[in-house]
Design a protein around this ligand. Structure first.
Ligand SMILES: [Zn+2]
Length: 342
């Protein structure tokens, strides 16, 4: 796969930046459309919509922001670059999509239909914990390094739209063309699943920290039990693609830790740092992974599309017997740590 090359090193450390002639308009239009759909959902799903809006109120979002700000500070992001999504819209989605954050709109969309169906089958407290976890997952995306570059041109009979988007490790290039009625669409995306694994792991940590600080409105003992049940069943033994991504990252962290003699916790913090700063380009990440785990490993991670791809990679990682001592220093440099740091 080619296309990594088009991503340059960022000049700003972390935060959300958007550039290009269409950036402001796109954000405005997206938010207007979402607000409209939100209003329709509130009407159609009166009861569930009210429940979700109550959940949002019950959560101490300020405290959530505090927890995330610690990740940003530790990653060296200046305060003025912090970004966190604060707009939430209901939408009627399909399937298991619970929520979504899109950096171009800087808003979080919540699939009301999904929660409506869940509330029929499970206890409300249980669904709330699930909701909280999903919300923190999407919030993590919004706090990560986000760069959006629009380049749009409208003509009489033609239209050209190029979008380059980076969120955490995930890099995406999309171009649309309309020329005299002929349409074409092209897209290249790398590190999507890998980025989900990092996000999922952060969300997991934030849920546990939030519950420690704020047991919220649910009776504490029940809440704690619900959270533990949920995290154990859904995250530790989970089998979906995001869980596979998270398990893959755990395996990578362990392997790097063994090769560099740096504690796992510190290696993990290095990945978190890259997630927040965007210091390395996608090409740099591919190169570093190739140098560490052998040729093509970086490309295979970047291009992994589902849990099966990742599980195969995790297995090949386990059977790796070669250690690459020469890359140890490189990792330490990238992770911004010195040997023995905690
Ligand atoms: Zn995600």
């Amino acid at each position: 796969m080619r296309g990594f090359e088009s991503f340059k090193r960022s000049d700003a450390l972390g935060g959300r930046t958007r550039t290009g002639n269409f950036a402001e308009q796109a954000e405005k239009e997206m938010n207007e459309d979402m607000l409209q759909e939100h209003a329709a959902c509130v009407e159609k799903y009166t009861e569930t919509a009210a429940t979700i809006l109550n959940w949002l109120k019950a959560l101490d979002l300020k405290e959530v922001g505090n927890i995330f700000s610690e990740y940003l500070t530790k990653s060296g992001i200046p305060v003025e670059h912090w970004n966190v999504a604060e707009k939430f819209y209901l939408y009627e989605g399909v399937g298991d999509n619970e929520m979504a954050y899109n950096s171009a709109s800087n808003a979080i969309r919540i699939n009301v239909k999904y929660y409506d169906e869940l509330l029929l089958r499970y206890d409300e407290d249980e669904v709330f914990v699930r909701f909280m976890h999903a919300l923190f997952h999407e919030t993590a995306h919004s706090t990560s390094y986000n760069k959006i570059e629009w380049d749009v041109e409208f003509g009489e009979t033609n239209m050209r739209a190029d979008l380059k988007q980076q969120t955490g490790f995930d890099a995406n290039v999309a171009s649309k063309r309309i020329d005299n009625g002929r349409k074409s669409d092209e897209q290249m995306r790398v590190f999507e699943l890998f980025n989900e694994g990092i996000t999922e792991q952060i969300a997991h940590e934030v849920v546990l920290e939030y519950v420690r600080r704020r047991p919220t409105s649910i009776e504490p003992s029940k809440f704690k039990r619900t959270t533990t049940n949920y995290l154990e069943s859904e995250i530790f033994e989970g089998t979906n693609d995001y869980d596979a991504a998270r398990q893959m990252i755990t395996a990578i962290v362990l392997s790097i830790s063994e090769q560099t003699n740096v504690p796992e916790k510190v290696v993990w913090r290095g990945f978190v740092r890259q997630y927040y700063t965007g210091e390395m380009t996608p090409g740099d990440v591919v190169e570093l992974l190739n140098e560490t785990f052998g040729s093509n490993f970086g490309e295979r991670i970047a291009e992994a599309k589902d849990g099966t791809d990742l599980r195969e990679l995790a297995l090949s990682l386990r059977s790796l017997s070669t250690h690459y001592p020469d890359v140890a220093q490189k990792w330490l440099d990238h992770l911004h740590v010195t040997r023995g740091a905690q």
